[in-house]
Write a protein that binds this ligand. Structure first.
Ligand SMILES: Nc1ncnc2c1ncn2[C@@H]1O[C@H](COP(=O)(O)OP(=O)(O)OP(=O)(O)O)[C@@H](O)[C@H]1O
Ligand SMILES: N[C@@H](CCO)C(=O)O
Length: 304
């Protein structure tokens, strides 16, 4: 008998504008792993959304799985991993958080660690450094989170987000580390109060499912977008056209360069067609909130 695990992790969008480093939303775009045990490690990418060349010891999935196994005093067995991903690298769709959550789950399954959901929220957020994408990949849905100085995460989780989302993915990468390097180290008090008031309004609007209001506060970020906008292809044009075509609001997805609109479900097809006409250089994808977070299917196979 041999064992096989199928691990599915949703990608995510972080911030939704003013909810910087705190608000996340799982998207119905997935990273999927098929894992089995064999006598040597092997990671096979089934598409282009993975590193083109890599040393095993530097592959994020392996690094995380090994780190977690070590942390729990277990030996990580050699695995064959087939990886399929709908998340382009370094575009703002939470590819790194999804791989981190997948690596934690892989170690959890093959080393039988018995991790709780809270363990997964804490471990993944500590590794990412902020809980927005990580919590959304663990839980799906909308997550509003805070991580304390000991790395303990408190998350408010909301499902049934009845809106549609459209992402505009440009053909350029922007590493999160680079997009964070342009942010100011400090804000003065009056500025910080306005920025956090806008984040509070965004969170409240999302909680009561007032997406029109949420769209307004998605566009009112003061923590990061004013400093990142210059790095983003067609930032102003996409925001303006999306609004003209009926979007509630548009923001950077995570650290960018992808942008995301929240739109009424009733207009989705016309909206996407109009935006595709106006932004032919972008890959434009209609998506929804994922409702499940990380999922595992386990099979025992009869060996030939
Ligand atoms: N499928 C994958 N396999 C291996 N490594 C990956 C994979 N997906 C992402 N990574 C790693 O994560 C890095 C991208 O992380 P980064 O935080 O810059 O972008 P992101 O997570 O896509 O964006 P954001 O955090 O803004 O949503 C890649 O350079 C690579 O090292
Ligand atoms: N909150 C993070 C998301 C990307 O990891 C940022 O905007 O930098």
């Amino acid at each position: 008998m041999s064992s096989m695990w199928q691990i599915s992790v949703p990608g995510s969008t972080a911030n939704l504008g003013s909810g910087f480093d705190s608000i996340g939303l799982g998207l119905s775009l997935y990273l999927k792993l098929t894992v089995s045990l064999q006598d040597r490690w092997e990671i096979i990418h089934l598409d282009d959304n993975g590193p083109k060349e890599f040393e095993l010891e530097e592959h994020l999935l392996y690094v995380i799985a090994k780190k977690i196994a070590d942390q729990y005093g277990k030996q990580l067995p050699a695995c064959r991993v087939e990886m399929a991903s709908e998340l382009p690298l370094a575009r703002g769709l939470g590819s790194s958080a999804a791989v981190i959550v997948a690596g934690i789950e892989l170690a959890n399954q093959v080393c039988d660690l018995g991790l709780t959901v809270q363990d997964k929220l804490d471990l993944s957020s500590q590794i990412e450094g902020h809980p927005d994408n990580a919590t959304a990949s663990v839980l799906g849905g909308l997550t509003i989170s805070s991580m304390d100085e000991n790395g303990v995460v408190d998350t408010f989780h909301v499902n049934d987000i009845e809106a549609s989302f459209v992402v505009y993915v440009p053909d350029v990468e922007l590493k999160t580390s680079e997009a964070r390097s342009v942010l100011p180290e400090q804000f003065d008090r009056a500025y910080a109060v306005r920025a956090s008031a806008n984040a509070n309004m965004l969170a409240a609007s999302l909680m009561v499912r007032d997406y029109e209001h949420a769209g307004r506060y998605m566009e009112a970020d003061l923590f990061h977008e004013p400093f990142r906008a210059q790095l983003i292809p067609q930032y102003k044009e996409i925001r303006a056209s999306a609004k003209a075509n009926g979007a509630f609001g548009t923001a950077l997805s995570g650290a960018g360069p992808t942008m995301i609109s929240i739109i009424p479900t009733a207009i989705e097809q016309n909206f996407v067609n109009a935006m595709k006409n106006q932004f032919p250089e972008h890959q434009i994808i209609l998506t929804k909130a994922d409702e499940h977070g990380v999922q595992v299917k386990f099979k025992r196979l009869l060996q030939k």
